[in-house]
Design a binder for this molecule. Structure first.
Ligand code: ADP
Ligand code: MG
Length: 328
């Protein structure tokens, strides 16, 4: 690797100061230590990003790579109703990455970690022949018994999603076409930012965790996939209405076909999608409105086989995990 030596690299990314009071020992020993707590459940998740598979230099700057690798994990914590506390980073580095680019990857993670008072508490540094591989582990917490599972959906619930859908996929198309250095319009830049610097919805997850029996998933693969997972885990039929899917203004400059395809299958929006009882939906909607968090009702749950149906005008069709092509 181009890093002079592993030890000075680790030194350069070791935090000067830690923020989480329950951390006992961070980077510098054989493993990190933090103290447990009887009132919480610990949440842990991991995600890997590989150069040329999940990103390339055409679409992401080093800062974005670090930011997004951490964001996708934080989003998983949010989807459990929890808050993130710690992260660990394993990085496999090929020769063509410079020291300053690697530090930028860590700066990207730090920018997001600061927002949630998260500490970097460990990792691993190795060399790689061709592609940069970055694996991030996040540890978080949720109040005991308040975690949100995919299996919680029941008939008569409503289906909701936060924010807007499809923007990340639209941003990716612009980046693949023009490259990261292109002079994008303001609208285009908004879509690109959603691809490069997605915002996990931790605060909304915390609101949802206050209510009983919310089923929740984060939108990493697209709602077609996420809702099929909820339907399977809960053994219910989920119905969504195409006209109700929330979209941003900038995405409307693309064809209707592309918009719908991206909203259903685009993924990487890192919004939250789930179900809740009608009664609690009204309370959640009100609380989110007061705090200016966007959340939209997009459908409902009925008894039936584990599947997702999409209503478009008078037509009702099966929405499969992939293969949205049937629809075009
Ligand atoms: P060991 O040989 O005991 O695994 P290492 O030299 O791999 O020790 O790591 C030393 C310390 O630096 C450990 O606390 C480890 O968690 C941390 N560390 C190593 N690589 C990274 C990295 N890429 N990012 C964050 N922390 C790291
Ligand atoms: Mg090691």
């Amino acid at each position: 690797m181009s890093v002079q030596d592993e030890f000075s690299f680790i030194n350069s990314i070791t935090p000067k100061k830690y923020k989480q009071p329950h951390l006992v020992a961070g980077i510098g020993d054989d493993a990190a230590l933090y103290s447990g707590n009887h009132n919480v459940e610990e949440i842990v998740c991991i995600d890997t990003m590989i150069e040329e598979v999940h990103f390339n230099r055409q679409t992401m700057r080093p800062f974005h790579i670090g930011y997004k690798a951490l964001a996708s994990n934080i989003s998983d914590i949010a989807a459990m109703g929890g808050v993130p506390n710690f992260y660990l980073v394993s990085i496999a580095i090929p020769k063509h990455w410079s020291d300053s680019e690697l530090l930028e990857i860590y700066n990207g993670m730090e920018a997001l970690a600061d927002r949630y008072q998260m500490d970097l508490i460990g990792g691993d540094t190795v060399s790689s022949k061709h592609s940069l591989v970055i694996t991030v582990t996040v540890i978080g917490r949720v109040h005991k018994g308040k975690h949100l599972l995919r299996k919680n959906a029941k008939a008569d619930d409503i289906v909701f999603v936060t924010g807007s859908l499809g923007d990340s996929a639209a941003g990716l198309e612009l980046l693949l076409k023009n490259g990261v250095d292109f002079n994008f319009s303001k609208d285009e830049q908004a879509l690109i930012t959603r691809h490069q610097l997605p915002e996990p919805k931790v605060e909304i997850g915390e609101i949802l965790a206050k209510y009983p029996r919310v089923a929740l998933n984060d939108v990493s693969d697209g709602i077609a996939s996420e809702l099929n997972e909820v339907a399977s885990a809960s053994d219910v039929t989920i119905v969504i209405e195409a006209e109700k899917l929330p979209k941003s203004d900038p995405i409307t400059s693309f064809s209707e076909d592309k918009q719908l395809h991206w909203m259903l299958n685009g993924g990487e929006d890192y919004e939250l999608v789930g179900t809740v009882s009608k009664e609690n939906w009204l309370k959640i909607k009100k609380e989110c409105e007061q705090k200016n968090y966007s959340i939209t009702k997009i459908g409902y749950v009925i008894e039936g086989p584990a599947q997702v149906l999409i209503k478009q005008g008078d037509h009702m069709k099966l929405l499969q995990k992939q293969g949205f092509n049937h629809f075009k």
